[in-house]
Design a protein around this ligand. Structure first.
Ligand code: PEP
Length: 249
């Protein structure tokens, strides 16, 4: 299995006020001591421009948490990938399970958003993951294969793309899969992507997400096939986020 440079992306979800910019500044300072790992923060839309300013000159990347598939228009409350790119963002999370479940986003919608991200020059972080019921029924690998088939555009073969495996039952619960369970899903994802994209699959980074904390990061980040983490709660505090990044470095 190829070793790729790891990426740790922080998904702040609907958290963060202007006061949180002090955490971003602490991340910028702390990141100077890290090498061999890429970092990115995905703050809420209200903070994205301010975070972009705080990150100026640093190696930490910036991302949105979602985007609309259209460039512009009558879509009240939505944000286009072009708007995100305009703030300086380089990434956008699409297909997070909280969007799939809470906003009825299908694989086709997620694929359209990922294609829109490519159009705007953003790297999509495309999320997949099974529910606990699906895992208990032994459907995990089939669910993930279906989500990959439906949510990953063909252009992933030629355009920077990140995929995050996030078991829904591990998100925000403090519960994590065993390293064997993570390894099994990541190996299956690698095989599926190789089958579809051939050698180009090598370029797609595969993150693990779901209750990654400083305490479990080293173990999870060294599972074969894991190229980094998508981190929710633990990305809100610079100290925790930097410790997770250090576990990858
Ligand atoms: C997430 O929402 O992408 C996530 C991984 O959350 P947490 O780390 O809080 O489980």
């Amino acid at each position: 299995m190829t070793t790729r440079r790891k990426l740790v992306a922080g998904n702040w979800k609907m958290n963060g006020l202007k006061a949180s910019l002090s955490e971003v500044r602490a991340m910028v300072d702390g990141a100077k001591a890290l090498s061999g790992v890429d970092l990115s923060i995905c703050p809420p839309a209200t903070l994205i421009s301010a975070v972009a300013s705080a990150l100026e000159g640093s190696a930490i990347g910036l991302g949105g948490q979602d985007c609309h598939a259209e460039r512009s228009g009558a879509f009240t409350g939505d944000i286009s990938p072009e708007m995100l790119a305009d703030t300086g963002a380089g990434f956008v999370i699409v297909g997070h399970s909280e969007r799939r479940a809470g906003h009825g986003e299908t694989d086709a919608v997620v694929a359209a958003k990922a294609s829109a991200a490519y159009r705007a020059g953003l790297t999509p972080i495309i999320c997949v993951g099974e529910s606990l019921e699906q895992r208990d029924r032994g459907e995990t690998l089939a669910v993930i294969a279906g989500q990959l088939a439906g949510s990953i555009p063909d252009a992933a073969a030629t355009t920077p793309t990140v995929i995050a495996y996030e078991p829904i039952w591990a998100i925000g619960t403090g519960r994590t899969p065993t390293t064997a369970q993570v390894a099994e899903v990541h190996a299956a994802m690698v095989a599926t992507l190789q089958q579809r994209f051939g050698a180009a699959a090598e370029g797609i980074r595969l993150l693990y997400g779901g209750s990654v904390k400083p305490e479990n990061a080293r173990e999870l980040m060294h599972v074969p096939g894991v190229d980094g983490a998508l981190v929710g709660g633990a990305s809100l505090k610079a100290g925790d986020f930097l410790k997770i990044a250090a576990a990858c470095a």
